[in-house]
Design a protein around this ligand. Structure first.
Ligand code: NAD
Ligand code: TYD
Length: 356
């Protein structure tokens, strides 16, 4: 491909929840970049997420598996990428408890396959290149009632998902140290927003409230997460990609901690209003069920570094973001129907039926 682009960037997992927002942002903000989206289109990958930008001249999509090292190596050779933003992953903790091997395959082997291709292709010309690995705050483990995860908090992953992400982070650092690949890692808190498959807490509960289905709250409902609007994460990724220091780690979070049950009550209130239902209707759907095994009690991110070094801060507060998210799901009935048809019901029945 002719080198008419200012930069050529490989984005992996660009058809997924966060990836699609990152792809859209880069295609729209940087028309001089070639944006190459490599995605296997698992249950979580959905090209409908990118309908509005799919015909942009600077955008390419390829369906492929990051674990396919021949494919990945050939792609690097052919495209001569300047940078990688690596989001492709298996991302749901509950699925990792059911099937850890799939997480090891994609999250660890897949990451190493990409690192190998970067290593071969960038050898001797590493300057100006960047391997940007998108990770999670879950690698730091679980907090008690106080404290925040900083960039120097020791890794202490506790689920198969977080262990696979922690391992991939270590491989990124190992390749940086051993082979001189310029790399950055960011560790973000829980995201929410449009285009999220209804298996994670917020989209699942929106969908269930809409359908008058029970709201399965794990354990005592007092588990705490730090929530960030997905578009603010995409903005942080853009900043870090362009201005972050190679070798660095950036924690991204909204200083926005919610106990699950408080969040669910707020969501119920918003849904009652939006659906024109009597106050208190949705809350009646709350059902406490058996806890997730090994459930991490609390995550909370200290994002001082990215705010001081790069001037990033979230653009929407939680109430506003949650309302926008609800509006999006109610306005995108067809998207929701496509995502919840097929294997979705089988997954739902397996995870939630007979669990009280
Ligand atoms: P997602 O599950 O919605 O999307 C993952 C995407 O990766 C999908 O498009 C899927 O098709 C693709 N994919 C999966 N396996 C692949 C493979 N072997 N080859 C190529 N493509 C493959 O995930 P998400 O929530 O958008 O998360 C994206 C990244 O951000 C992940 O690395 C995740 O660990 C990280 N992260 C997520 C959150 C969150 O709250 N969702 C928070 C922090 C970090
Ligand atoms: P989730 O969205 O799966 O994200 P993560 O486990 O990566 O933080 O879950 C967020 C919180 O909500 C977590 O404490 C588990 C809880 N939860 C429920 O109570 N019920 C559910 O059906 C789901 C999916 C999650």
């Amino acid at each position: 491909m002719a080198g008419t682009y200012q930069k050529k960037i490989l984005i992996t997992g660009g058809a997924g929840f966060i990836g699609s927002h990152v792809v859209r942002r880069f295609v729209q903000e940087y028309p001089n970049y070639l944006i190459y989206n490599l995605d296997k289109l698992t249950y979580a990958g959905n090209l409908e997420n990118l309908k509005d930008i799919e015909t942009s001249p600077s955008y390419r999509f390829e369906k492929g598996d990051i674990c396919d090292s021949d494919l990945v190596s050939e792609l690097f050779h052919q495209m001569q990428f300047d940078g990688v933003i690596h989001l492709a992953a298996e991302s749901h903790v509950d699925r990792s408890i059911e099937n850890p091997l799939e997480f090891i395959q994609t999250n660890i082997i897949g990451t190493v396959s990409l690192l190998n291709a970067a290593r071969e292709n960038w050898k001797g010309k590493e300057s100006g290149k960047l391997f940007y690995h998108i990770s999670t705050d879950e690698v730091y483990g679980s907090l008690g009632d106080t404290g925040l995860f900083t960039e120097t908090t020791p890794y202490d992953p506790r689920s198969p998902y977080s262990a696979s992400k922690a391992s991939s982070d270590h491989f990124v650092r190992a390749y940086e140290n051993t082979y001189g690949i310029p790399a950055i890692i960011s560790n973000c808190s829980n995201n929410y927003g449009p285009n999220h498959v209804p298996e994670k807490l917020i989209p699942l509960f929106i969908n269930n409230i809409k359908n008058n289905q029970s709201l399965p709250v794990y354990g005592d409902g007092k588990y705490t997460r730090d929530w960030l609007y997905v578009i603010d994460h995409a903005m942080a990724i853009d900043l870090i990609f362009h201005k972050g220091k190679p070798g660095g780690t950036y924690n991204i979070g909204g200083f926005n901690e919610w106990k699950n049950i408080d969040l669910i009550q707020l969501l119920c209130k918003i849904m009652d209003e939006k659906l024109g239902r009597e106050k208190g209707t949705s809350e009646k759907l709350i059902t406490y069920i058996t806890d997730r095994p090994g459930h991490d009690r609390r995550y909370a991110i200290d994002s001082t570094k990215i705010s001081q070094e790069l001037g990033w801060k979230p653009s929407v507060n939680f109430e506003e973001g949650l309302e926008k998210t609800v509006d999006w799901y109610l306005a995108n009935e067809e998207w929701l129907q496509h995502v919840t048809s097929g294997n979705y019901q089988k997954y739902y029945d397996k995870m939630y039926l007979h669990r009280s």
